[in-house]
Design a protein around this ligand. Structure first.
Ligand SMILES: *[C@@H]1O[C@H](CO)[C@@H](O)[C@H](O)[C@H]1NC(C)=O
Ligand SMILES: *[C@@H]1O[C@H](CO)[C@@H](O)[C@H](O)[C@H]1NC(C)=O
Ligand SMILES: *[C@@H]1O[C@H](CO)[C@@H](O)[C@H](O)[C@H]1NC(C)=O
Length: 462
């Protein structure tokens, strides 16, 4: 009973510490009119992250995005979950097919050192273009979608302006934004195009009147929060230190922690479990040394046992040969002697070939005629007899063109498709190629992986 009472405050303390640990100095800016300004967007230096600066006009309570060279765009919508916002394209200059940002800044330019860029959700229509652009990668053909925007039934443009925009030889062009360099600018120019409009997620199947106008930009995930003193960095995982070139200090994560921008705090690195206590370090050190020594001893003992087993086996074989040869003692021949006897395993000396390999006719130096059997090298005869037999069986089946017969037919299912059959055939061929006699004929592990990937692609095509 008493223990439970004690546990409560402890539990509370634990959660408190946990909160403190995750808590960060990120301060979200107040709403600007109806629009929420999520972190890291910043409308004044005391909130948000200053590199994500926006302008909240106090008189109109409207939010603006300031682009380079003096152009400013009304923010229509902020979508915090996808780190995007929709801007209203620039207004038209009275009685012309020219937008105001053409006059002020020659289009929409973003500062590339800031964390904003134009997304590929935008389809950009350029108007009032000079014919020079015909050679550009833009679609300026008569079938270009921008022509549908200019129809007055689209509701996007009044008839007078539509006429002005369509009066040139080459009135409009279309392109999809978001790639480089259009991720950072939509250029207007007196000798290029003099106006632009942007449609979000354009669906050519839909009526032009259903197209939604707007210029979408996205912002990069925020880095560590800005701070002035260590006091701003609550929690123990970060220190307030200078970051970047702009003279700002940020709550940079300490060693062993990393910045998680989704959670918005420093998180402990998971892989390495850090042992801080010296005692623990010393004891783990000792344990590892002991493990290594024991490991080395085990390896050594096994090796010497294997060597002596081999020697024993050789001796036993020699004994068998000696005893079963009617008094005439058997001899163990060296490879170079056999090489000479068979004329270097010459093809015209082949007497026949079996599952284990070819049999050659040879003549020893003393004139004795012998039969020499050469084992297939890919098969490791030190393995258990079942494995060896299986390898030989598969090899023979493959040579007889019946490789599919060695497979468990249940793997194929009742009515295997052509792709399944092909892929299994290829699998078997890889397996068979690994049994080839000469090392150089056998594929490397990298080759095998590549071939397997190729087969997987065939299967995925279904
Ligand atoms: C707009 O600003 C950028 C960056 O300062 C500059 O490179 C570009 O020439 C400017 N464009 C105009 C039309 O002034
Ligand atoms: C672009 O942004 C950086 C960082 O805020 C600033 O130092 C630089 O002056 C800006 N460039 C222009 C042309 O405004
Ligand atoms: C635009 O910004 C996003 C978010 O930071 C980034 O993932 C993307 O690569 C950027 N695109 C270009 C073309 O720079």
């Amino acid at each position: 009973m008493q223990q439970q009472d004690m546990a409560k405050p402890l539990l509370f303390l634990y959660f408190f510490l946990l909160l403190l640990f995750h808590c960060n100095p990120q301060k979200t800016c107040p709403n600007c009119g109806d629009i929420q300004v999520p972190y890291p967007l910043s409308t004044n230096p005391s909130c948000g992250d200053p590199t994500y600066s926006l302008h909240c006009d106090q008189d109109s309570s409207k939010l603006y995005f300031n682009a380079l060279n003096g152009s400013s765009y009304l923010v229509l919508k902020v979508i915090a979950s996808t780190q995007r916002m929709i801007l209203q394209p620039s207004a038209w200059v009275l009685d012309t097919c020219v937008t105001r940002d053409m006059v002020v800044s020659q289009g929409f330019w973003l500062n590339q050192t800031l964390p904003f860029n134009v997304t590929s959700s935008n389809t950009i229509f350029l108007f009032n273009c000079s014919p020079r652009l015909l050679v550009s990668p833009l679609n300026c053909t008569p079938s270009s979608l921008c022509h549908r925007f200019l129809e007055t039934s689209s509701g996007h443009i009044d008839s007078k302006r539509a006429l002005q925009c369509a009066s040139g030889i080459n009135p409009c062009c279309t392109f999809i934004a978001g790639g480089t360099p259009s991720a950072y600018k939509i250029r207007l120019h007196s000798s290029g195009c003099r106006a632009f409009r942007s449609i979000l997620h354009l669906d050519p199947e839909k009526l032009a009147s259903e197209w939604e106008e707007g210029l979408e930009i996205q912002w990069a995930a925020p880095p560590e929060p800005v701070c002035k003193t260590q006091h701003d960095c609550s929690g123990t995982a970060s220190t307030c230190s200078p970051a970047g070139k702009n003279g700002l200090s940020r709550c940079l994560c300490k060693k062993g922690f990393y910045w998680d921008h989704v959670i918005g705090s420093c998180q402990r690195e998971k892989k390495k479990t850090k042992l801080t206590s010296l005692g623990l370090k010393v004891s783990t050190g000792l344990v590892s040394v002991v493990i290594i020594i024991v490991g080395l001893i085990v390896i050594k003992v096994r090796k010497s046992r294997r060597v002596s087993e081999k020697a024993k086996l050789a001796k036993a074989r020699e004994d068998i040969l000696k005893s079963s040869n009617g008094g005439k003692s058997a001899k163990i021949y060296q490879l170079n002697e056999i090489n000479k006897a068979t004329n270097g395993f010459s093809k015209d000396r082949v007497l026949g070939s079996g599952g284990f390999g070819e049999v050659y006719k040879g003549e020893l130096r003393d004139g004795t005629v012998v039969a020499v059997k050469s084992a297939k090298k890919a098969i490791d005869f030190n393995r258990d007899p079942d494995g060896v037999n299986l390898a030989i069986y598969v090899t023979q089946q493959a040579q007889n063109g019946a490789i599919m017969g060695v497979m468990d037919q249940r793997l194929l299912g009742k009515e295997p498709s052509v792709n399944t059959l092909t892929s299994f055939n290829l699998f078997l061929e890889i397996g068979f190629s690994c049994l080839r006699e000469k090392k150089n004929d056998r594929p490397s592990m990298t080759d095998v992986v590549k071939q397997l990937q190729g087969i997987i692609q065939i299967v995925n095509q279904e």
